[in-house]
Design a protein around this ligand. Structure first.
Ligand code: BG6
Length: 462
């Protein structure tokens, strides 16, 4: 097989997951409840086919088998998240020894199989006790998170060298405080902005704790869903709309995390609309002095925007959409199941932007993948023939390769995801795995895309 796209030596081939989406054992092993356990108890009908987070893909019991499959596919790294409420059921205070045992065992099993653990501290799963105290609206929860981070560095920092504070920190802001798809289902621009700001402070405090922990050869990063904003046209009004969307959805976290400060234009808008968050003395310095070493980039879809057709309803809650409308580009390629546009070049554009405006920070693709509904219809002889997923990966990897050729410091590519998992409100609607999971039996079977990935990892390219 000839290799057209060869990747740099030591490239990180892997996959990402999150605790709530794969572990199951939601009320086992001394775990405390998180917001997902609670929301599902309250409103099970809001989850696809009424499936909640109790069992998911049962990684808690099957991690050894799963890690063997990762090894078989040739993956050399794996990003998973620690469940804060499994490790510290009350969110602050006593550490749960069963939780420590579980994460120790997963880390050791990965290392034994030459798979490097990449660990995320927060992937959408606020402990319920902390949410009841106000979640990210409350500074005390920020402090509790910094403590939790410190505990993780102490417990696992001898073996885990790549740490990520947050996965897509803007998503709990959007879901929980603007658009009603995460608990606590608040719709309030002012509170959303406070939550976003406190999340950033929590991030910086965790970075501070990491620096103090002096983990040998350790790196700390954040994982952001960088969705480029493309304007409908060159008209100045469309251009302005795209710029503002970029400020709200990308630069709100990217700039403080990588450059150490918020974009002045974002501050100006919030000031003009009287929506600046409450800050404390020392915050700006904390953020400035605790930027990241490494950036995880999650990429699924672009954002296309245009100038607004109508004036916003300013009696309604303050929304980013006061400044732009979504634009459906004629002829766009869609993943109809997830309702997301597929635009492979977006990944290249993100990386070039990081190269040119963010000091060419070391990065990697920390999630990229395609969720498809009713995948069993593509089953032949027991194996899902997911050629569309292979095409999806290839299309993105070609552009990623191009970015690397042009000097971007991209170190790896992690797919979303290793095996089919529970996708929040969508539960098991769309399947993303390289490996399929039969929900009745929990049987794992490598899909065609997993077989393809074996070749990619073996050849370090395709
Ligand atoms: C990312 C998240 O937003 O996209 C994952 O980090 C998520 O947790 C993934 O599962 C795919 O999105 P969804 O909503 O289809 O599960």
């Amino acid at each position: 097989m000839s290799i057209h796209y060869a990747f740099p030596e030591g490239f990180w081939w892997g996959s990402a997951v999150s605790a709530t989406q794969i572990e199951g054992a939601a009320s086992e092993g001394g775990k405390g409840k998180n917001i997902w356990d609670y929301w599902y108890e309250q409103e099970p009908y809001r989850f696809f086919e009424n499936i909640g987070p109790e069992v998911t893909s049962d990684f808690y019991h099957r991690y050894k088998e799963d890690i063997q499959l990762m090894k078989e596919i040739g993956l050399n790294s794996f990003r998973f998240s620690i469940s804060w409420s499994r490790l510290i059921p009350e969110g602050r205070g006593d550490v749960n020894p069963e939780g420590v045992r579980f994460y120790d065992a997963v880390i050791d099993e990965l290392l034994k199989n030459d798979i490097e653990p990449f660990v995320t501290l927060f992937h959408f799963d606020m402990p319920l006790v902390k949410q009841n105290e106000g979640g990210w609206e409350n500074r005390a929860v920020v402090e509790a998170f910094a403590d939790y981070a410190k505990t993780c560095f102490q417990l696992f920092g001898d073996r885990v060298k790549k740490w990520f504070t947050f996965n897509e920190p803007i998503v709990p802001v959007e879901g929980g405080y603007l658009y009603d798809f995460h608990y606590p289902n608040v719709v309030d621009g002012r509170r959303a902005i406070q939550v976003a700001y406190h999340t950033m402070v929590a991030h910086a405090k965790a970075v501070e704790a990491f620096r103090k922990a002096e983990i040998k050869d350790g790196k700390i990063g954040i994982v952001l869903n960088l969705t480029p904003s493309y304007p409908r046209s060159g008209h100045p009004a469309d251009q302005k709309a795209a710029k503002i969307a970029d400020l709200f959805f990308n630069r709100s976290f990217l700039d403080p995390a990588v450059l150490g400060e918020y974009p002045a234009e974002l501050i100006e808008i919030l000031k003009a609309y009287d929506h600046l968050p409450q800050t404390e003395e020392g915050d700006a310095e904390l953020i400035r002095n605790h930027t990241v070493d490494l950036l995880g980039v999650n990429y699924y879809q672009p954002r296309r925007v245009k100038a607004k057709d109508h004036l916003p309803n300013t009696e309604g809650p303050f929304m980013p959409e006061w400044f732009f409308d979504a634009y459906e580009m004629p002829g766009r390629k869609m993943n109809p199941y997830r309702g997301w546009e597929i635009y492979e070049k977006g990944l290249y554009d993100i990386m070039i932007n990081l190269r040119d405006h963010y000091g060419n920070i070391e990065s990697f693709v920390s999630e990229n993948g395609m969720g498809v509904q009713n995948e069993e219809r593509f089953m032949q002889n027991g194996i899902i023939q997911d050629d569309y997923r292979i095409e999806f990966f290839k299309g993105h990897l070609k552009w990623l390769h191009q970015a690397i050729q042009e000097g971007c410091r991209v170190k790896g590519y992690h797919v979303w995801t290793f095996m089919d998992n529970w996708s929040w409100m969508n539960a098991y609607k769309n399947r993303y795995g390289l490996v399929s999971v039969d929900l009745k039996t929990q049987k794992r079977t490598i899909k065609k895309s997993g077989e393809w990935m074996k070749l990619v990892t073996r050849n370090n390219g395709f």
